[in-house]
Ligand binder design. Structure first.
Ligand SMILES: NC(=O)c1ccc[n+]([C@@H]2O[C@H](COP(=O)([O-])OP(=O)(O)OC[C@H]3O[C@@H](n4cnc5c(N)ncnc54)[C@H](OP(=O)(O)O)[C@@H]3O)[C@@H](O)[C@H]2O)c1
Length: 275
């Protein structure tokens, strides 16, 4: 099996590369410095020349706040490039694995977990582009799309890394108590993507651990896990005055994936051992 990995230097891309090496999988990895997925001709050329069995697209524009003012880049990476990639892969009969986001939801479900068939209604520009991207990828029935939330792993662009760096500078840290989702470690994502491929799944899945939490609870668990004495105090997200609106409650239900793989996924706290 030959795999082409895009967005290879991001946190999820790094985790996939570790697993490819463990499993001795033949793969080719690119990030924006060697292959900008917004260049359809380059993308087509790389896919055609390498001729993989599978393309895993971890590339994305994830700056939710900047996306509000820089619509073009978010749409180009999260939607147009994904539509191009879908077409290129489909023409060559190559399967595509792609990742979407809990931000396709508006967060108004009143504390019930979101299932795959729930209505989508993104409330920020990033969410709109991720929705268009997942719809493009899902236009080919054999493709696999996983919606993810609060991803963390190796790298600096995640809440755990940022929070731990704040603990070095401040004894008291304010964290929002009115924002809920499911922290999801990259190791779980990679494990379940491989299982889904082995079980020949296709279509749309919510991929996350069991349970959910507020950002405040997440921060407290990180402190407990690292035996740190910092104090977190609750605040409301509105106090941060961020450019992009975010859903207050976007936790997803993983039952469809558990049922189709015949597995149980531990609660989100279990995966803090990875940090
Ligand atoms: N992070 C989260 O909390 C979260 C939540 C829900 C869903 N997701 C989704 O999960 C997937 C993996 O996310 P992640 O956290 O691993 O993201 P990440 O760490 O930001 O990695 C994305 C990678 O894509 C690269 N990239 C950006 N534009 C590109 C382009 N035009 N061509 C090629 N590569 C490009 C980025 O490079 P630069 O860093 O140089 O821009 C980065 O290396 C994405 O689809 C993301 O939308 C993430």
């Amino acid at each position: 099996m030959k795999i082409l990995l895009l967005g290879a230097k991001g946190q999820l891309g790094i985790q996939f590369q570790k697993e490819f090496i463990n499993r001795r999988i033949d793969y080719l990895a690119h990030d924006v410095d060697s292959l900008d997925i917004c260049s359809k001709s380059e993308l087509k050329n790389v896919v055609a020349v390498y001729s993989p069995d599978l393309v895993i697209n971890c590339a994305a524009y994830n700056n939710v706040d900047v996306a509000e003012s820089n619509n073009y880049i978010a749409e180009a990476v999260n939607y147009t490039a994904v539509a191009d990639l879908t077409e290129i892969c489909n023409d060559l009969n190559i399967r595509l694995v792609h990742f979407s986001s809990d931000y396709v939801f508006d967060g108004e479900k009143n504390s019930a977990l979101y299932v795959e068939t729930d209505n989508v209604n993104p409330i920020n520009y990033y969410g709109r582009t991720k929705l268009l991207g997942e719809q493009a990828a899902l236009s080919v029935p054999s493709n696999l799309v996983f919606r993810l939330s609060w991803v963390y792993g190796d790298g600096t662009q995640n809440f755990v890394y940022k929070f731990l760096s704040w603990t070095k500078q401040n004894q008291v840290i304010r964290v929002s108590c009115d924002e809920f989702s499911v922290p999801t470690h990259c190791s779980l994502i990679v494990d379940l993507v491989f299982r889904a491929l082995q079980n020949d799944l296709s279509g749309l899945y919510h991929l996350c651990p069991d349970g959910y939490c507020s950002r405040l609870e997440w921060a407290k668990e990180v402190l407990r896990h690292k035996s740190l004495s910092n104090i977190v105090i609750p605040t409301y997200r509105a106090e941060f005055d961020l450019p992009a609106k975010r859903p207050f409650f976007s936790a997803m239900d993983n039952n469809k994936l558990c049922r189709d793989l015949n597995i149980e996924i531990p609660e989100w706290r279990f995966f803090l051992k990875e940090i």
